[in-house]
Design a protein around this ligand. Structure first.
Ligand code: HEM
Ligand SMILES: [Cu+2]
Length: 531
């Protein structure tokens, strides 16, 4: 069904005024508002990263002072984690796609959805303001008692910014959960839902259960700082390790907020570009839930060296190994799906290959870290930095990019240049490995993280890493050009340019305001490519 010939009104053409955007209740427009804000924060975070890598080009701390350096890596972490990685896939792609994929007209609470965007953006701008008026130097982990008593930077303001943003996560999670329970089209049973929707369901559980913990924890840091209530600072009668428990109780599951939606994207793309139903659909669906649940049980692996008892360390170590199982289930099932599939190598699929490879390196080195003896050796070194970048950048961002490319024609109704998209995907993959692989080595050799100067024997690895970061930056810059170009000069996209399955491909591109001209009724299993 190609509707390119019949111009239709769609969500993009339904009102052009600024007001029609800023007061919209359409989940698709809100997704685009997020796209705009999230991209802005990504550029900001990347800018900080660039200066960090330039500083580390030479062993001497010669580009910025140690004090500025502390602020740079902290702001890089805060912006990237709280304002880019956590919201990116759920807020942009999830917002746009979850209702369409289950055949609903919108999310359950459209006004709440708009409020979430305002909270997110306001929290972000507030944090930026704290940056302009002095910055923050605690690291994104805000360890006490440094953050609560000693740092003379803008800790309290940044905390308020993150706190406001937290409500955006909680409300988005609630909105998704209610929508998925209540708004599925007739025939859209739980086991006919796309795996992307399952992944967002699991992610939403973490949003709702985890985010309040970090919000309250940060509020307590603020209370100790401003009111000198003794909560974490031993001098005031508090316990600094309590902070780490509370912080990681949220922040380990938070890494799955980043990676579960990425896995959801991967499942859609693997099926579409292998032309096969996902092997072991139920296992993939339930492994999302298992990851969400197990994710809450392993926070202690961030605290092996903070006076944890040997026995609790052993328990956390074992549990950390167990989380690897549901992740591995997904990788095995994607591989089995591709086996004997008719695979095509368009740009989104290239991102999937990159994702699987990088996520496996990130996950396997996670197992190194979960082994207590290895962790004691590499704690607070660049090995850890490399590990979480492989997971978060190699995992979450690869699939954010892959998803953005896959659904771009649907979202904007325009086709981008496939050749340049492939070049960009390969450039990002190469640049990424060149940036972060050397960090495993230099970390293993003993280079600590968060230092702005280092002994000369580590320089070679840092030069490689900075060179890689340059390639990576070029790779990320390319889509900005061909995607924007497609909006003005791109060919019109048909409703289903990839020949993919799923309700979103049955609407026109871009979809009409209420998603479906006639409400859909679902009669088939998901990924019915065999037909
Ligand atoms: C197979 C699953 C995984 C295991 C067993 C694992 C294990 C670990 C361990 C033990 C550490 C602590 C290292 C240390 O500080 O000394 C760590 C750090 C980290 N991991 Fe993982 N990880 C896994 C997956 C992930 C995933 C999926 C993500 C993100 C999506 C992630 C993100 C991080 C981050 C951000 C840190 C650094 C925390 C910090 O700032 O110190 N990990 N991981
Ligand atoms: Cu963790």
């Amino acid at each position: 069904m190609d509707t390119a010939a019949t111009p239709h009104s769609n969500y993009l053409t339904d009102g052009y005024s600024l007001k029609s955007w800023l007061l919209t209740r359409d989940h698709k427009r809100i997704g685009l508002l997020y796209l705009f804000s999230v991209t802005a924060f990504f550029l900001l975070g990347a800018f900080f990263a660039g200066i960090i890598r330039l500083e580390l080009l030479t062993p001497a701390g010669d580009l910025v002072s140690s004090d500025i350096y502390n602020r740079l890596f902290t702001m890089h972490g805060v912006v990237m984690i709280f304002f880019f990685l956590i919201p990116s896939i759920p807020s942009v792609l999830g917002n746009f796609l979850v209702p369409i994929m289950i055949g609903a007209k919108d999310l359950a609470f459209p006004r709440l959805n708009l409020l979430s965007w305002y909270l997110y953006t306001f929290g972000g701008l507030f944090t930026l303001w704290a940056l302009v008026t002095g910055g923050v130097d605690t690291g994104w982990t805000f360890y006490t008692p440094y953050s609560s008593s000693f740092s003379n930077s803008n800790v309290a303001l940044v905390i308020v910014g993150i706190f406001i943003n937290g409500f955006s996560s909680i409300l988005t999670g609630l909105n998704f959960i209610v929508t998925i329970h209540k708004m599925r089209a007739p025939g859209m049973t739980w086991f006919r839902m796309p795996l992307f929707v399952w992944a967002h369901y699991a992610t939403s559980l973490i949003f709702v259960l985890g985010t309040p913990v970090i919000a309250i924890t940060l509020l307590m840091v603020g209370a100790e700082r401003v009111l000198h209530l003794g909560i974490f600072d031993p001098k005031l009668g508090g316990d600094p390790v309590l902070f780490q428990h509370l912080f990681w109780f949220y922040s380990h599951p938070a890494v799955y907020i980043m990676i579960l939606p990425a896995m959801g994207v991967a499942s859609e793309l693997v099926a579409a570009f292998s032309r096969k139903a996902i092997f072991g659909y139920e296992f993939v669906a339930f492994s999302s839930l298992a990851i969400a649940v197990f994710g809450f049980l392993v926070w202690g692996h961030h605290m092996f060296v903070s006076s944890e008892s040997v026995y609790s360390a052993m328990a956390f170590s074992l549990l950390s190994f167990l989380v690897a199982i549901p992740s591995a289930v997904k990788v095995f099932n994607w591989s089995a799906t591709m086996y004997k599939g008719s695979i095509s190598f368009e740009a989104p699929m290239l991102y999937v290959f990159g994702f699987i490879g990088l996520f496996m390196i990130g996950g396997l080195t996670g197992l190194f870290l979960a082994a207590i003896a290895v962790d004691v050796h590499v704690t607070d070194t660049y090995f850890v930095v490399a590990h979480f970048h492989y997971i978060m950048v190699g995992g979450a961002i690869m699939m954010y990019m892959g998803g953005l490319h896959f659904w771009w024609p649907k979202i904007f109704g325009k086709l981008y240049n496939e050749f340049w998209a492939q070049v960009a995907a390969v450039t990002i993959f190469v640049g990424f490995n060149l940036t972060f692989f050397p960090q495993f080595i230099v970390g293993y050799l003993g280079m600590p993280r968060r230092y702005h100067a280092y002994p000369p024997e580590f320089q070679l690895w840092n030069i490689l890493s900075t060179a890689g970061a340059t390639v990576l930056a070029v790779g990320y810059a390319m889509p900005a050009f061909y995607l924007l170009h497609s909006l003005f000069k791109g060919k019109r996209a048909p409703s289903n340019p990839w020949g993919a399955k799923g309700l979103e491909w049955e609407t026109t591109s871009p979809p009409p305001t209420h998603n479906f001209e006639t409400p859909p009724v679902v009669t088939e299993p998901p990924y019915n490519y065999a037909k």
